[in-house]
Design a binder for this molecule. Structure first.
Ligand code: ADP
Ligand code: MG
Length: 234
């Protein structure tokens, strides 16, 4: 068996101390294999953001182990951690976080600039990533010249351009109308069909329904973890 992209064991996260202790995660275990497409759902306060921050190596658990593409994240020093994060994870957030007055292509190139890739190669890869999300023709447009759905697709291209092992999205359609949500979900389907591993955190049932696997969090625990039939055959 090939090693999973994510392998977490008994993750626990406590905030605060004494009377004020909050148990945000109470023992979460799961593995996500290469090519899977997982939606994590749960009501407000169920621990989604806490889990996302740990999966994204943005925060550390109180206890438990976490392997990201086989690497034990808890053993990495800050600098190695930052490098592992940049190399292994592409983030998509609810707010698109594009740089204003900067072209779509330049926005997408940014992670490659941090990785020290040369300008000509950066531009080539950025244009290829924009093509994947259907925005090759908008490469020269600045964020305020793009719709919300287009901006989020630029953000997806930016997340993909480094060829990460995992695309990790936190409420990626939270700021989008129905039409733009459909466009972004179509891009996710297409990326997953091409072999990308996707984990999306969402509270929208129609977004969760599109994933191949649905995990439900209640009060810091996984209460459901089910495979879903493809949308077309339900
Ligand atoms: P969700 O994203 O599902 O709404 P969170 O992971 O944000 O849930 O929160 C889970 C629980 O942990 C909640 O009870 C929340 O109030 C608490 N919590 C989250 N972050 C902190 C923090 N930095 N300090 C204290 N409590 C926190
Ligand atoms: Mg949250």
């Amino acid at each position: 068996m090939t090693r999973p992209v994510l392998d977490v064991r008994d993750l626990r996260k406590r905030y605060g101390q004494g009377e004020a202790t909050v148990h945000a995660l109470r023992g979460v275990s799961m593995t996500v294999g290469r090519g899977d497409y997982v939606a994590i759902m749960g009501s407000s306060g169920s621990g989604k953001s806490t889990l996302m921050n740990i999966l994204g190596a943005l925060d550390v658990p109180t206890s438990g182990t976490y392997l990201l593409d086989g690497v034990d994240v808890s053993e990495l020093a800050d600098r190695q951690l930052a490098l592992a994060r940049n190399r292994l994870i592409g983030f998509v957030f609810q707010a698109f976080n594009l740089i204003p007055r900067t072209s779509a292509a330049a926005n997408v190139e940014l992670p490659l600039a941090y990785a020290g890739i040369r300008p000509r190669e950066r531009r080539r890869r950025a244009l290829a990533a924009l093509d994947v999300v259907g925005l090759a023709e908008r490469a020269g447009h600045e964020p305020n010249q793009l719709s919300g759905g287009q901006q989020q697709r630029v953000a997806v291209a930016r997340a993909l351009v480094t060829e990460p092992a995992l695309l990790l999205a936190d409420e990626p359609t939270g700021n989008l109308d129905t039409r733009s949500t459909a466009d972004v979900l179509d891009v996710f389907d297409q990326l997953n069909a091409a072999g990308r591993t996707i984990v999306v955190i969402t509270h929208e049932p129609e977004v969760g329904a599109r994933a191949k696997r649905l995990i439900r969090l209640v009060d810091g625990r996984i209460v459901h973890d089910v495979r879903q039939a493809p949308v077309g055959v339900r």
